[in-house]
Design a binder for this molecule. Structure first.
Ligand SMILES: [Zn+2]
Length: 281
């Protein structure tokens, strides 16, 4: 999965650090990052290479904001100081499938943070300018005191199994064309187990039991935390598809499951686990 960094430590403790020329710059425009491709390798600009970008500015887009450290490398969010031309921008859909993993992870996490800062410039309750908290990763309203933390939406990925069969679906009207598992967001007041049962029921009309938590994945591309569950079919295997969301849904035997899954997603790993008989039981 894209967040598996082969032992590299992701240190996201909140602090105010000043940038140095050798640190990495995370510059975003929409869902695209300022980067170059060298031999298929995603390469970020270093702060020292950004020209006048370090000159201060009091409002967002800011000059530099410390984001996190990966191993011994530090990453800063910045507006790029005019260094951004359209041909040097690489979209999230493109970069997420490139390497090296460390840079892809930094871009994806940085993009989610960037989106959150951009969306929380003003207080949603009273309209005042928000400020950064001085003690934690939060935006604070100086007028009414509203405090906002980074947006993370819990969601489920569900592998519904029936013996040697797995339920696969395809989304309606999305760029993603591969087979997927049942998925959906947690709603207010609902346990994550209830989300699993509701999403399966809504999307396919099926009932499930014996929920087994597998792994979670910070799917920062949509500001989500995915929680992967395997579960067993309970009762009828007749699928009633929710056609406004799904275009296809069906049962697949282990032996007929496709093996070309996304290597970066929890969905891909969960399908592969089932295909090779290694799912939790
Ligand atoms: Zn306010």
């Amino acid at each position: 999965m894209f967040q598996d960094l082969d032992g590299l430590v992701y240190d996201n403790a909140f602090r105010f650090d000043a940038p140095k020329p050798e640190d990495w710059a995370l510059v975003f425009q929409g869902d695209a990052v300022l980067a170059s491709l060298r031999d298929g390798c995603l390469t970020l600009p270093q702060i020292g290479g950004l020209g006048k970008a370090g000159e201060s500015s009091s409002s967002y887009p800011f000059s530099f904001r410390y984001a996190f450290t990966l191993g011994s490398e530090r990453y800063f969010l910045t507006d790029g100081g005019g260094a951004v031309s359209p041909e040097s921008l690489i979209s999230s859909r493109e970069y997420r499938n490139l390497g090296p993993k460390q840079t892809v992870f930094a871009c994806a996490v940085g993009e989610s943070l960037h989106r959150w800062y951009q969306a929380n410039r003003f207080c949603g309750r009273c309209g005042a300018d928000m400020r950064d908290s001085e003690t934690e990763r939060a935006r604070v309203c100086p007028d009414c005191g509203l405090t906002l933390y980074p947006k993370i939406c819990p969601a489920v990925i569900v592998a519904v199994t029936d013996g040697d069969r797995l339920l696969l679906t395809k989304y309606q009207g999305r760029a993603f064309k591969r087979y997927a598992l049942v998925a959906g967001f947690n709603e207010i007041g609902e346990s994550i187990e209830d989300t699993v049962r509701r999403e399966v029921r809504e999307e396919t009309g099926l009932h499930v039991k014996n929920l087994r938590f597998y792994k979670s994945q910070p799917w920062v591309f949509t500001d989500s935390l995915l929680m992967g569950f395997y579960c067993d079919l309970d009762g009828s295997d007749q699928i009633t598809l929710q056609t406004d969301e799904l275009s296809e849904g069906g049962w697949f035997h282990r032996a007929e499951l496709p093996a070309d899954h996304s290597a970066i997603s929890l969905t891909g790993e969960m399908i592969e686990r089932f295909r090779t008989g290694k799912e939790p039981r």
